[in-house]
Design a protein around this ligand. Sequence first.
Ligand code: HEM
Length: 414
Amino acid sequence: PSSSPTAMRQIIPPDMLERGRCPFDPPPGLRERRGQGAVQPLPLRNGAQAWLVTGFEEARTVLSDPRFSADKMRHRDATSMQPHEVDATTTPEPPATREDGFFVFMDPPEHTRLRRLLTGQFTVRRMKALESRVTEIAVEHIEAMKAAGDEADLVPAFALPLPSLVICELLGVDYADRAEFQEHTSVALDSSADPERRALSGAELYGFMQRLVAHKRDNPADDLLSGLVHDADPPLTDAQLVDVALVLLGAGHETTANQLSLSTFALLENPDQLAALRADPSLIDNAVEELLRHLSIIQLGVNRVTTEPVTLGGVDIPAGATVVIATPEVNRDAQHWPDPDRLDVRRPRTPHLAFGHGVHQCLGQQLARVEMQIGLRELITRLPGLRLAVPAEKIPVRNEMLIFGVHSLPVTWS
Ligand code: HEM
């Protein structure tokens, strides 16, 4: 969900993203920095100097203090993490007020207006209705896997389609158009796909969203997108609505898909934890929270830029500097969690930063939790013999991705 993952991925030193022997632990290159301070200099591959935040309290400060901006375009991020910001000397001045809808990259008050419009649409009634659709979608996909044999790759068969179809529900995509939607999103949002193919799918997706917004203007229905089209006062432009729809998709799909498949992998590799969950299904909410903390899939994807010089954790940071939150380390801060490296589904719930913090804290977090709780619950109960179909070392993990996870997860249940 954070700024241009591809551009950011290219400038982060690769050893800070590459997992070691245990795929569920933070990358060794990141872990080595434990004990070197809660705020550390981070030299980027493009020669720029950024700052890495590994402490829980310091990370919360970054995400709640307005001197750390999400609007990297306006604050001329020195590391040029925005793919469209080619050269600070030739790019035009950003407009005084933003006209796009990419509110993830906005600060208050621009962010506030769009965020409020969105939260107003995430109603209790709508979320309840989505919950029963999540169950139907999960059950349908697991039953289809069972009908097709006793082995499947859980990523394409379950983890990718579930959040994608949930976003279709949210945006009110017609059933007839869902195959097309899923085809474009699977490539456009796959940060490991070939860039040229991704760009083509991205353009297709943009066109798809334009047609969807136009359709909702003329044929309002009971979905969130229709609500945004018709309830906003002053109204949003079509271009803003398309941006907002793309933000929801970009933030809610790859994240949830990877969290689902990596969580399943982690439970299969921690049989005592899986057994505890099977023995007491009421632990599921707790387990999901612990898996979010323990796996922290958004490795180094949450970042900000300073609007003025700031002292953080005793370290002086100049204006215009990139500050990167090391979420996997932050969520294992030993001052906050005893035995932080242990996956413990019974661990008492305390706040973690897997969904961020402050004004940009994940807007879809309740929905993501529901998808995880229902998805994992149905997998465990409908496939009691679930296990990996290949040795754990053979599972291809998403090294060098800002959103960590697995490329595929072959499982069997015979
Ligand atoms: C923001 C994580 C699922 C929508 C965020 C942020 C994080 C995050 C860390 C903050 C980014 C920042 O501060 O720069 C996750 C994880 C998910 C997940 C780990 C799944 C396990 C979802 C879902 C949706 C969603 C399902 C919606 C369908 C958003 C939106 C934002 C956001 C719209 C931007 C909010 C804003 O800027 O005000 N997410 N997310 N996320 N997330 Fe999620």
